[in-house]
Design a binder for this molecule. Sequence first.
Ligand SMILES: [Zn+2]
Length: 427
Amino acid sequence: MKKLLLLAALLGTLSATAQVEFDRYFFDRTMRFDYQHAGNATSEHYYYNGLKAEPYWAGSKRSLCDTTNLGNQRFRIVDLEEGREIYSRGYCTLFNEWQATEEAQSVERAYAEAVVFPYPKRPCRIEFYGRNRKGEFELRYSQKIDPESYWVEQMRPRFETFDVVYHGAPEHRVDIVVLPEGYSREERAKFEEACRAFAEAMFAYAPYTELKERFNIRAVWAPSEESGVTIPAEHIWRETACDANFTTFDSERYQTVADQQRLRDLAAHVPYEYIYVLSNTQKYGGGGIFNFYGISAAHNPGFTGKIYIHEFGHLLMGLGDEYVGTTAYDESMYNKRLEPWEPNLTTLVDFEQKELWRALLDQQTPIPTPVAEQYRDCVGVYEGGGYVSKGIYRPAQHCLMNSFRGVEAFCPVCQAAIKSYIEFLCQ
Ligand SMILES: [Zn+2]
């Protein structure tokens, strides 16, 4: 009971930060800022592509400023007249992941990205931040925005849409849009069935089961010219709606979409906050990037549902991977001298800031916690996680952010973090 009360107190602090009044600064639709995110292993640049107006705003009208400190990137909108932040969000990108690859040591590369925010009523400024070596957000680019400019491209719908799950007003819901990848015109029924299976899987696991009413799920029927998916390592290329590919960064199972603007063009047909791409393949794999998009195999015979849940954990709030990887690339993902911002990983550099985790930790449990039968179902601080076996710690011996076989649930820390974040999103 004591733990529950403490948890309630923490949820309170997350949502108590000063927010701005929606109607004073925004119209009830979306503005999108398109840009190229470019550079190499050590440099990072932003190049403006254009502005778009999308018909719906599905986000909260109260939690406008981001109080969570999640993400490797952050953008904010500043009202020019008052000089104050009126919207901000943390997120992660494929470009930043690519920066850790060997290719980025010798190649300059650009990825198409876009951020969305409620449509401003007055001139404003957009600012992009990245984390520096100390883990602090540092301004990388800024630009003025005139919301009345005739250069703001108006979205023209091209595809049919349908509701998969509807529970009410988007501003008080987590709104997921499901997009089809590699379903040909003849495969609409197969995609519709996959959408239903996606919803079923989502709500089969805690804490989503009890939070079901907090979700809307909608789909856009954007058929592909060809059926199936692109797998470069097997010399298989397909003409598809989302232009996804496996073999990202030479990892067999890593499926991604390089052009995020293309996904947003499809997603904007419905009110949405989170994009999830259902991939017409049995091949095990997928990917999920915080507040960016998620994608995975919709027809894997063994693990389709668990892959959804795992990747959506990354997408929704950037939950970290609790497993140990095998490659040199894995070693470079986290700086062990910094406390990671992910709520379910720690380097013990500043475990104090992991409030949800500490609230669930029994005082008798040793830190680090041995992987022993005695602590089997205990929240602890177990060494091994964030792709490495040493120096990064996870909260539980088993969790869906770690492995699937024989595991049916998120660990208590991931569950608490998801609940608290959904509370923030649905205000
Ligand atoms: Zn976990």
